[in-house]
Design a protein around this ligand. Sequence first.
Ligand SMILES: O=C(O)c1ccccc1NCC(=O)[C@H](O)[C@H](O)COP(=O)(O)O
Length: 213
Amino acid sequence: MPKIKVCGLTRPEEAGMLARNRIEYAGMVLFYPKSKRNITVKRAAEILMVLPEEIHSVAVTVSPTPEQAEILQELGFHYLQVHGELRKDTIDVCRIPILRAYNITKAPVSAEEHEAIAGYVLDGAIPGSGKPFDWELNQKLPFDRTGRLFLLAGGLNEDNVAEGIHCFHPDIVDISSSVEGDSGKDEKKIRRFAEAVRQTATNRNTNNENIEK
Ligand SMILES: O=C(O)c1ccccc1NCC(=O)[C@H](O)[C@H](O)COP(=O)(O)O
């Protein structure tokens, strides 16, 4: 069963929503003012303060500079997620694992290889837009998964997540838009999404039992 990452936290009370629903990863968008989910370093520190230690924290960035990466790892984030450009000088200062994210348009992705890259995120063309990439055309993953995490992102919701899991077998399913309300993350939506993910595993086990009978 894949783990779940809820991305784009903006308020400390959302940490409790994740804990109560046994969500394993929490993403926060920083240094990207174009995003409606962009938060300040101060706000990220407030959220990290109340986020249970067992939830992995992910700083979500676009083309981060070495100085920004340094601030984020000093804050205590467990992972640095990088959209846009992954700079060599940023890799050089990074002591936390990198999740390399690709926004899939029509052009094929050519995945970078580096030992600092702990996982890959395949995301929609516009991150955080709630729109998936073309799953049909991207069935073959553009990287070797061995020893690395694979996160499926982009437009996932409680209705399509079972199909996404079936198509890609991701280690982590990554969501944002579909679990939001007017003022940020919505606990009822998070619960329903988590139930849909866990139900997928239950259905698979039941199907396997039926096949074995
Ligand atoms: O969420 C954003 O606004 C964002 C901005 C810039 C870079 C990345 C961003 N989000 C990254 C994520 O990991 C989202 O969870 C992912 O894009 C899925 O979002 P959604 O399609 O809304 O479920």
